[in-house]
Design a protein around this ligand. Structure first.
Ligand code: FAD
Length: 284
């Protein structure tokens, strides 16, 4: 297990935040060991940090960060099934699946994610949600100090929601069910998804994707754009000029800049449309 004392917390906004205690576990034993010793601290479990806002610059000894990335990222294909560890990079996995003529992971060629983050958030886009490919999930219940398994039907998946958001847990691995499909067709779909996103999203700046959940009957990006807020800046955080649903780290932003900008947008949208926006991004 790698322990990083006072290291930077990896995050796609590229916020410069450090934590006194960061652990990169490599196996289940590491996870059990971490929580035996540290269960009384504030625990933050992360994947690849693509959906988080670190509101502080420093997280001291009362916190532990447990980050599941490459050392915990193996996967094993068996026909149309694949068992994937929580830290796996879903983009790499989507390429491996395509090479085997398997369909189901195409959107992860464009949605940056670990397996754990995808399951926790029920990540998705357009007609796709992670829930459609998950058969079962293995997780560590921190309160009971026990490894458990849960089937798809008991995970309470809904729009950007899963049961894991209500538990104190570490997602360890999942079994995914894919479908056979011609490799060229799978690749064409992946490329189409990527190209469409690259045309619409500000991928040349650090961000964490869409800031807000989609309220019923509205498009967040359009609401913000119609209010003339594209390009509005607080500190180093800016509402993207390319896609108003994104906040970008334009110039050395802090988590506080991003949170102030979120607050500003929420009040403007509430005044104009009577809708209170909920964040999709997780504030740490
Ligand atoms: C450019 C860009 C585009 C994006 N587009 C989309 C999109 O189209 N659709 C979409 O749904 N999302 C999108 N996102 C957001 C992000 O890609 C997803 O939410 C992704 O699933 C997050 O995965 P992660 O591993 O980075 O999770 P993290 O950001 O590390 O964590 C997200 C949440 O999951 C929890 N978590 C992560 N791993 C575990 C684990 N092993 N056990 C327990 N809890 C865990 C964390 O505590 C946190 O609450 C986008 C982000 C970017 C930067």
């Amino acid at each position: 297990m790698i322990k990083d004392k006072n290291g930077l917390i990896p995050n796609s906004y590229e916020l410069k935040a450090r934590a006194e205690n960061i652990f990169y576990p490599e196996n289940e034993n590491d996870i059990e060991e971490i929580f035996k010793d540290y269960s009384r601290k504030k625990i933050v479990v992360l994947g690849r940090g693509n959906n988080i806002i670190l509101k502080d610059d420093y997280y001291g000894d009362d916190f532990i960060f447990v980050i599941l990335r490459d050392p915990y990222g193996a996967f094993d294909f068996d026909g149309k099934r694949v068992v994937v560890q929580a830290g796996a990079d879903m983009k790499q996995l989507s390429i491996k699946a395509m090479e085997r003529g398997l369909s189901g992971l195409e959107y992860f060629y464009g949605i940056p994610s670990s397996l754990g983050g995808a399951v926790f958030m029920n990540a998705g886009a357009n007609e796709f949600e992670t829930s459609q490919i998950v058969k079962k999930v293995k997780y560590f219940d921190i309160d009971e100090q026990k490894i458990k398994e849960v089937e798809n039907k008991d995970i309470g998946f809904s729009y950007r929601h899963s049961l894991f958001q209500e538990l104190n847990c570490v997602i360890l691995e999942a079994e995914l069910q894919l479908k056979e499909r011609n490799k060229d067709e799978v690749w064409a779909k992946m490329k189409g998804i990527y190209d469409e996103r690259a045309a619409k999203q500000p991928l040349d700046y650090p961000s964490a994707g869409s800031v807000f959940k989609r309220p019923k009957g509205y498009y967040v990006g359009k609401m913000i754009q119609d209010l003339g807020l594209k390009g509005y800046t607080i500190g180093g955080a800016k509402i993207s000029e390319k896609h108003a649903g994104f906040i970008i780290n334009y110039k050395n932003a802090t988590g506080k800049d991003i949170l102030q900008l979120i607050d500003f947008i929420r009040h403007k949208v509430k005044d104009a449309y009577g809708v209170w926006l909920e964040t999709e991004q997780v504030i740490i």
